[in-house]
Design a protein around this ligand. Structure first.
Ligand SMILES: CC(C)(COP(=O)(O)OP(=O)(O)OC[C@H]1O[C@@H](n2cnc3c(N)ncnc32)[C@H](O)[C@@H]1OP(=O)(O)O)[C@@H](O)C(=O)NCCC(=O)NCCS
Length: 143
C-alpha cells in the first residue's frame, strides 16, 4: 500500500500530538500550527507541522515512525508543508542539518527572534548538542 501525504485538520491534533510525543518532538504552539500527515490505510505513520508567525514560518516536529523511515515519506511531507507557504521565509531549527539540507534548507546566518528563542530552548532546556537554524531556499519550478 502506498503511503498518502495530506494536510491534517485541527480535529486530528490529539492523534498528531501522540505521535509527536512518542518521538520526543516539539509539542508547543499547536494553536498557530498547520499540519501534514502521512498515512498507510487508516494508520498514521508520520506527521510534520509549521508554526505560522507574523513574519516567518517555522517548520518543526517532523517525524516518521521508525519502520517507515528511509522510504521518502519525510521528504514528501516536507515538500507538502513548504508548498503551503509562498511568501514568508521558512525556517527550522534542527540537530540533523544534513537531513534538512537534502530537502532544500541551507544554514541561516540571520533569522528572526522566534528562531533565536527556539534555538536557545533547544540548547538550554532540551539540551540538544546541536541546534542549527536553517532557511528554505525556494526552488525555481524548472523541472
Ligand atoms: C528525520 C526523519 C523525519 C526522516 O524521515 P524519512 O522518511 O526517513 O526520510 P526520507 O526517506 O524522506 O529521506 C530523505 C533523504 O534524507 C536521508 N536521510 C534520512 N534520514 C536522515 C538522517 N537522520 N540524517 C541524514 N540523512 C537522512 C535519506 O537517506 C534520503 O536521502 P536520499 O534522498 O539521498 O535517498 C525521520 O528519520 C524521523 O522521524 N526521525 C526522528 C525524528 C527527528 O529526528 N525529526 C527531525 C527533527 S525535527
Amino acid at each position: 500500500m502506498q503511503p498518502e501525504i495530506k494536510i491534517a485538520s485541527r480535529d486530528e491534533i490529539a492523534n498528531l500530538d501522540a505521535l509527536f510525543q512518542s518521538m520526543g518532538l516539539d509539542t508547543e504552539g499547536y494553536a498557530i500550527s498547520k499540519f501534514v500527515k502521512a498515512t498507510e490505510g487508516e494508520k498514521l505513520i508520520g506527521a510534520a507541522r509549521a508554526k505560522v508567525f507574523p513574519n516567518c514560518i517555522e517548520i518543526c516536529s517532523v517525524g516518521v515512525l521508525e519502520p517507515y523511515r528511509g522510504k521518502g515519506i519525510g521528504k514528501k511531507m516536507m515538500e507538502k508543508l513548504v508548498s503551503m507557504f509562498s511568501v514568508k521565509p521558512i525556517f527550522l531549527v534542527t540537530d540533523i542539518p544534513f537531513y534538512f539540507h537534502k530537502v532544500g534548507f541551507k544554514k541561516a546566518n540571520h533569522f528572526p527572534l522566534e528562531l533565536e528563542t527556539k534555538r536557545n530552548r533547544c540548547l538550554q532546556e532540551l539540551e540538544c548538542e546541536l541546534a542549527e537554524v536553517m532557511l528554505y531556499e525556494r526552488r525555481e519550478k524548472t523541472e
